[in-house]
Design a protein around this ligand. Structure first.
Ligand code: SME
Length: 167
C-alpha cells in the first residue's frame, strides 16, 4: 500500500473519543515510520500536516505558521488559502505563540480578536511547536467547520506529537 492509500478520512464528522484517540495513535505511528532519521524542517512540517489533515475527519484547515522575525508566516498547510502573516499576540495563533501554550477555542466567533481567514471556520486548536533546543519556532493551527470539534484528546495528542517530532 502506498502512503496515500492509507488515508481515507471522509471530511465532516467529529470522531467519538475512542476513535479519535485511535486515529491520533495511528497518525503518530505513521509519522514515526516516515520521519525516522529525517531532519529537514520543510519535509517534516509538510509530512506532519499531510498525515494529520488526511487522517482526521474533523480537520478543515491544517497548517503551520512559522516564527519569522516578529511575525508568524503561513506554511506549509492544507486547505483554503489563508492569512499570510499574523502579528505577535494577534488572534488565536499569535496568542498561542506569545503565551507559548496550546489554545483551544470551541467557538471562534466568541474569541475576541479571532482572525477569520475562512468564514466556515467555527472552532480551532493551536499548539506551539518547538525545535530540539526547546525554542518555539512555529505554531500548528487546525480549524474545523464545526463548533467545539476539539477537546482534551486533541490537545493532549497534538502536544504529544509536537514533543515527539521537534522541528
Ligand atoms: N484562526 C487563526 C488565523 C489563521 S487561520 O484560521 C488559518 C487565528 O485567529 O489566529
Amino acid at each position: 500500500m502506498s502512503h496515500g492509500e492509507a488515508y481515507t478520512a471522509i471530511k465532516g464528522s467529529i470522531p467519538e473519543s475512542e476513535k479519535k484517540r485511535q486515529l491520533y495513535q495511528q497518525a503518530s505511528d505513521a509519522l514515526n515510520a516516515m520521519l525516522a532519521g529525517e531532519t529537514d524542517r520543510v519535509l517534516m512540517m509538510s509530512t506532519i500536516v499531510a498525515v494529520l489533515h488526511q487522517s482526521m475527519p474533523h480537520y478543515f484547515w491544517t497548517g503551520f505558521y512559522r516564527v519569522v522575525g516578529d511575525a508568524l508566516l503561513v506554511g506549509p498547510y492544507q486547505g483554503t488559502p489563508a492569512c499570510l502573516r499574523i502579528a505577535h499576540g494577534r488572534g488565536v495563533c499569535g496568542s498561542a505563540w506569545a503565551e507559548a501554550r496550546t489554545m483551544l477555542v470551541k467557538d471562534v466567533h466568541a474569541f475576541p480578536g479571532h482572525i477569520a481567514c475562512d468564514a466556515r471556520s467555527a472552532s480551532e486548536i493551536v499548539v506551539p511547536w518547538r525545535d530540539a533546543s526547546g525554542e518555539v519556532v512555529a505554531v500548528f493551527d487546525v480549524d474545523s467547520d464545526q463548533t467545539a470539534a476539539f477537546d482534551l484528546i486533541d490537545h493532549e495528542s497534538l502536544e504529544e506529537i509536537a514533543q515527539r517530532f521537534p522541528l
